[in-house]
Design a protein around this ligand. Structure first.
Ligand SMILES: [Zn+2]
Length: 135
């Protein structure tokens, strides 16, 4: 049900961002999905297409884009892709991080200064990346 709630909030958000009368001219909505967002993409897409039918967005095309996760070191400011930092980890370690993201600090260090003090700056959440309209 998580996916349906998310889909509903994305559609509500598009409708809120745009003025009601301009809605029918929206041709495409680009939805960014963080690489680490824990949702079933297929269910989410299905939910979007079902929910939009009863809204002024029923003719708009929804496009989905995966946003890669990045980590940023709080010590030296270095940024690096999350994918690269888990390349050397075992399946089990990756799963640990997936379910309990805080454990990432045990396995991942800044590749420049070795600090364990870093944060995830992208790759989480679902958001509206772009709204395209007919001219
Ligand atoms: Zn660093």
């Amino acid at each position: 049900m998580h996916e349906w709630a998310l889909a509903k909030s994305v559609i509500d958000a598009v409708i809120n961002i745009e003025k009601e009368e301009e809605l029918p001219s929206i041709t495409e909505v680009v939805v960014g999905i963080g690489e680490l967002q824990d949702i079933d993409i297929d269910i989410f897409k299905q939910a979007i297409s079902d929910i939009k039918l009863n809204t002024p967005l029923n003719k708009a095309r929804f496009v989905y884009k995966t946003i890669p996760a990045f980590l940023k070191c709080n010590n030296c400011g270095h940024k690096w892709p999350y994918k690269k930092s888990i390349e050397h980890l075992s399946e089990e370690e990756r799963e640990n991080i997936h379910f309990v993201p805080e454990t990432a600090h045990i396995y991942i260090h800044c590749p420049v200064c070795g600090s364990m003090d870093f944060e995830m700056i992208e790759g989480r959440g679902v958001f509206i990346e772009e709204i395209k309209k007919a001219h």
